[in-house]
Ligand binder design. Structure first.
Ligand SMILES: Cc1cc2nc3c(=O)[nH]c(=O)nc-3n(C[C@H](O)[C@H](O)[C@H](O)COP(=O)(O)O)c2cc1C
Length: 316
């Protein structure tokens, strides 16, 4: 089966549920992120016309190139979703086969698919057949250490016509903790010709290089490393090119970026919701300042942009 080609850059912003909304993506794009993903959306919620789900896919012309990621368990629902998405603007579509959350995985979505390769194959075939965009899959190494199925899935994905594979180098059982399994990622890379993009502990330029060197993967996905830290894209790029660590931003630079992010959030969601949704971002930014705990508490109490700006101005 021939596959639709897509050229991914070396560094990609991962889909991050409840995090990678339009303001977050635009902010990171301003720091050198060249490809970003929306947070995952449920195919069932989309075809049932849930307005909140559609909001997760809102984008604009500056938010390109863009990937959409779907949670799916039923090929018919997936097919309907793919037809519905034909009126949306995006560049590539991904099937989530890695989300470890019990309410997702136990229902046979996300990482649950790692235990049901027959169903996974039907979903992949549906994706390839009915998507009008290059299609990919994001997997984990397996459900648990004694069921590492990544290589088998990768071969199946390539044979079916998927355009690339994203792999988080942990099992579902590991969640987000524990060591990254570079060996299995390397085996996946050797097993297929389509691009393999790796995820797991990409927290610095050094760790990005380690992932590339140890697995021979084609690219890397930045996830938790981007929380409160849009500089990571420049940091990785600089380290890969020069082998040196870039200077950390000053507190004044940090303040400017926090304000920019607040503004993007309030423009997108309106002031009240924008401030509420900013709380988690504020606590991530506050990790990089002195007195981070009291700063974080203050950030949580702000009810308007003006109040939040006053708190940001006091950071040191
Ligand atoms: C808050 C959060 C939300 C995430 N949401 C998604 C998601 O929607 N889809 C997905 O495929 N992976 C999701 N992931 C997994 C990441 O994309 C990534 O594979 C994982 O965090 C490993 O990378 P890291 O160790 O560099 O964080 C999420 C991770 C976190 C921490």
């Amino acid at each position: 089966m021939s596959f639709r080609k897509i050229k991914f850059p070396k560094i990609i912003l991962a889909p991050l549920s409840d995090v990678s909304d339009l303001p977050f993506r635009l902010l990171n794009r301003g720091f050198g992120c060249k490809f970003a993903y929306c947070q995952m959306v449920s195919t069932r919620a989309l075809i049932n016309n849930k307005p909140k789900t559609e909001e997760l896919l809102r984008s604009n012309f500056r938010d390109r190139p863009l990937g959409i990621q779907l949670l799916a368990d039923d090929p018919e629902v997936l097919k309907k979703t793919l037809f519905m998405l034909r009126s949306y603007r995006y560049d590539t579509i991904d099937l989530n086969a890695g989300c470890p959350t019990p309410k997702v995985a136990k229902k046979g979505h996300g990482a649950g698919l790692l235990k049901d390769l027959k169903r996974l194959k039907t979903l992949i075939d549906t994706l390839v057949r009915f998507s009008d965009k290059p299609a990919t899959i994001k997997i984990r190494t397996g459900w648990s250490e004694d069921s590492l199925v990544a290589v088998e899935i990768a071969k199946m994905a390539e044979d079916a016509g998927l355009s690339a594979i994203f792999i988080h180098g942990r099992t579902r059982q590991q969640g987000y903790e524990g060591e990254v399994d570079y060996k299995t990622i390397k085996e996946v890379k050797s097993a297929v010709k389509i691009p393999v993009i790796a995820s797991g502990n990409i927290f610095s330029g050094e760790l990005a290089k380690k992932m590339l060197d140890e697995t021979n993967c084609d690219g890397i996905m930045v996830a938790r490393g981007s929380l409160g830290n849009p500089w990571i894209f420049k940091e990785i790029d600089y380290f890969l090119k020069k082998g040196k660590i870039i200077k950390k931003p000053s507190v004044n630079q940090l303040k400017k970026v926090i304000k920019k992010h607040v503004n993007l959030n309030c423009k997108f969601y309106g002031e009240k919701i924008g401030i509420l949704k900013f709380r988690k971002h504020f606590s991530w930014y506050a990790r990089n300042v002195r007195y981070s705990r009291s700063a974080r508490n203050l950030g949580f109490s702000a009810k308007s942009v003006k109040e939040l700006y006053q708190i940001i101005d006091k950071l040191q």
